[in-house]
Design a protein around this ligand. Sequence first.
Ligand SMILES: Nc1ncnc2c1ncn2[C@@H]1O[C@H](COP(=O)(O)OP(=O)(O)OP(=O)(O)O)[C@@H](O)[C@H]1O
Ligand SMILES: [Mg+2]
Length: 382
Amino acid sequence: MIARRLSLTDFRNYEELELDLEPGASLFLGSNGHGKTNLVEALSFLSTLGSHRTSSDLPLIRHGKAAAIIRAQLANGERTVLAEVEINREGSNRARINRSPIKVRDLPRSFASVLFAPEDLTLVRGEPAGRRSFLDHLLGLRNPRMLAVLADYDRVLRQRNSLLKTARASRISSSQLGTLDIWDARLVEFGAQIITARAELTQELLPFVAQAYGTVAGAEHEVSLAATLSIYATKEGMNGSADSASTGPVDDDFAAAVRMNRRAELERGVTLVGPHRDDLVITLNQLPARSYASHGEAWSLALSLKLASAELLRVNSPLGDPVLILDDVFAELDSSRRGKLSTAIAGFEQVLITAAVLADVPDNLRERVIHIRAGKVVAPDE
Ligand SMILES: Nc1ncnc2c1ncn2[C@@H]1O[C@H](COP(=O)(O)OP(=O)(O)OP(=O)(O)O)[C@@H](O)[C@H]1O
Ligand SMILES: [Mg+2]
């Protein structure tokens, strides 16, 4: 799929922007701090409802304004849709498809993009939460039903935690215990679906990651991905691997873990087991990459995870090729890796690239250059 036209109102440093986009590669070029990342961040937000730079939506709204609007005309083969999100300083965000209101969380069903940025390094180096959201975002793109399951799990988790907190403050009553049993069942129902879906996704993703790593790093290395699941955690607090600890169907094991942890959860006032506490362990040549990989290896692994997710979506998402967004990626790579990456992405329907220095970007991606200055698209010599 491609984005054909992007309109912004009061998004970051853009007061108003109307920009036609083409298939193939486009390069956004401009000096530091002029709005290149802001522009691609807007498109990425429309497809993921998140930003690679901020976890809060507020910085996305132009300073001093009440709301930001991102609107894009999207084309998937013959089908086109107008997707729009309004990010509000006060009150909740709103979304529209073809000018009709929809639930904000359903917006990603209309637009798939994969963004590569230096921040992706945290996928390899950072906390488990980043890896979980990488997987969950992909789950939602591949199977929109999972968006609802993830949202349900989140809701149950919050309510269960708040019950555990109250129970911790005052001694738990028998009616609260009954309510907790109900929340336990819901937690297991939704959580088991997430654990299973993540495991299937990880299996599917692995060959793509291994292939992408081969492409980017250009050598023989062994990459593997494995889940560590908190429902199989040992008493020492270590997370267990699904393969070694599984004794039965995931929902039975999950329910057993919840029973086993009840006393500890009542003492601590939080839910201790479930997919919100799981991790994806990435190993390179048998060593956990998070703590062993070199900077270059970690960065290549992060790129490979992103490339793999793009390839996977390309193969089996109803939206076809995701739009690839490469924010400041080439400046981080040596020239051999630049070349390899540019070959790997060249076949995607639309690739949007930002760079401050033209020379950092391989020749084959420089055909269409869009110059950005102070929150505006300008002519090359302006
Ligand atoms: N909410 C906002 N309101 C107004 N201006 C903002 C807002 N958020 C960010 N900016 C401004 O946008 C500019 C940063 O833009 P952006 O991150 O897109 O730069 P860039 O062109 O990608 O630069 P670099 O080459 O350094 O990556 C900064 O000057 C910042 O002050
Ligand atoms: Mg930038």
